[in-house]
Design a protein around this ligand. Sequence first.
Ligand SMILES: NC(=O)c1ccc[n+]([C@@H]2O[C@H](COP(=O)([O-])OP(=O)(O)OC[C@H]3O[C@@H](n4cnc5c(N)ncnc54)[C@H](O)[C@@H]3O)[C@@H](O)[C@H]2O)c1
Length: 247
Amino acid sequence: MGGFLDGKAALVTGAASGIGAAIARAFAEEGAQIALIDQADTSATQDHITAAGGESFGLQLDVTAEAAMTEGVAEAVARMGGLDLSVASAGIADDGLLTETSLADWNRVIGVNLTGVFLTGREAIRAMTAHGRGGRVINIASDHAFFGWKERSAYCASKAGILGLTRVWAREFGPDILVNAVCPGPVETPLLLDGITPEIMARETDIPLGRVGQPDEIAAVALALAGKAGAFTTGQVWSVNGGSAMP
Ligand SMILES: NC(=O)c1ccc[n+]([C@@H]2O[C@H](COP(=O)([O-])OP(=O)(O)OC[C@H]3O[C@@H](n4cnc5c(N)ncnc54)[C@H](O)[C@@H]3O)[C@@H](O)[C@H]2O)c1
């Protein structure tokens, strides 16, 4: 294996499944070594990468746990000898009608989707800054950042919050570290299929491209942001949604 990410070190959260797994596989295919971070077992992603001749290792971490993330990211960076790329894709979508949402429900979604991105980005950028190599940070948000969706208060708020973090970090850490967000529309993963409702199906049929996306189609955009195509792009939001939202 080898490509334009040869010699690069990357971490990807949410790497056990869906979009995170697809990004990890795509980065490894281009030659990067990948730390696969997830609270779930990442061995399927690792096996796929190994079978294709790539290099990766798993770290079972909860992205909301501060001390574990600090230690885990430091361990990953030490093992890889630095860090060039960080992708925050871990996320959950269990939400409900506002009037039935407890503070615990709210905190759970905000915890994974927003605090998790904060902790991942902070630890990654600390490592990139310490090694003086610069880097690229990619935060996976959602088209839900742009439009409200019933029974998704915490989810929509968390995804809009990720765009705020992305813009602040782009200003704080340019020109060495480029920070961008990717906003997928509906993508065929366990997260989408878990929460499928007639309303979501109706919205999908209204997508100009007439279908949901595939994880590899999101990974292709992450690859672009990680490479030459992303060299003059920071603080931006890249929608990959078949036209589901036109912000
Ligand atoms: N699938 C879609 O339609 C869609 C659309 C827009 C945005 N997104 C976003 O893309 C990202 C990836 O979602 P996906 O569709 O691949 O879902 P997925 O369920 O396939 O993968 C999410 C991964 O995050 C991990 N995770 C959850 N909580 C965690 C925690 N506390 N610590 C560590 N890992 C944790 C899960 O174990 C899982 O492997 C999410 O942020 C999601 O909000 C997905």
